[in-house]
Design a protein around this ligand. Sequence first.
Ligand SMILES: Nc1ncnc2c1ncn2[C@@H]1O[C@H](COP(=O)(O)OP(=O)(O)OP(=O)(O)O)[C@@H](O)[C@H]1O
Length: 259
Amino acid sequence: MRPLIRIERVSKTFGSGLPALREVSLQVERGEILGIAGRSGAGKSTLLRMMNLLERPDSGTVEVAGRELTSLAPRELRAARQEIGMIFQGYNLLQNLNVADNVAFPLRLHGRLNPPRLRQRVEECLALVGLTGKARSYPAQLSGGQKQRVAIARALANQPAILLCDEPTSALDAETTRGLLQTLQAVNTELGVTIVIVSHELPALGALCRRVAVIEDGRVAEDFLLSDLSTPRSTALGRELAFHGAEAAAALHQGALHA
Ligand SMILES: Nc1ncnc2c1ncn2[C@@H]1O[C@H](COP(=O)(O)OP(=O)(O)OP(=O)(O)O)[C@@H](O)[C@H]1O
């Protein structure tokens, strides 16, 4: 089957002159959870942001669900992005809107649902992330974990096929992180959403991901299934991941879904 995301020979250099990505090729299969690991500055976020064209490559192609994003007109690109939700380390919530209105924001932008259906969709999304009672709260009244759950609900409002996660647990404590990873796992298994997650937290990647790509100096240094314990890993991060993976996955499956 055709991969859901296909990145081919993508390069990107910012003003500083050093390439952030060097002819990177990477595929993401429909339904999988792919982790992107790498040291600070390796190019992880830039690669993730290529997947919805928040960053535009200098060269190479980015195909999502059979559409080559770099060749789309702005209007077509907006439509293609409906398929791709994203969450960030800093949550990016609108502080002056309550939780329900934050989740409703992309639905209103798109304008496809009438008011009763829109309210229903917001309730569904909040139930999905365990925040039913918080619809009228404002972001400032929520914990970090709750804010990230609102961000997930908002990212899923338009029923995307893909959820891109940029360091989603970096600002959270260990227990909250575990609850959030369980939510992401449920989003994948119960809704079938394909997830790509950038994180410097190897236990989080080990617990959640089926496959991990290790980025070094703007290149994919290795790309492997965490279940493959027989092939020697070629990078230090790959070896650490192989070591942590099984243990972290077992820990994730203990405890409540919504911490
Ligand atoms: N908007 C930008 N303008 C200029 N340089 C940038 C920009 N975004 C990224 N870079 C540079 O590109 C390189 C890769 O950055 P990127 O954020 O993708 O790395 P990363 O692996 O996600 O790092 P970290 O783990 O620290 O977030 C770095 O050298 C960074 O300084």
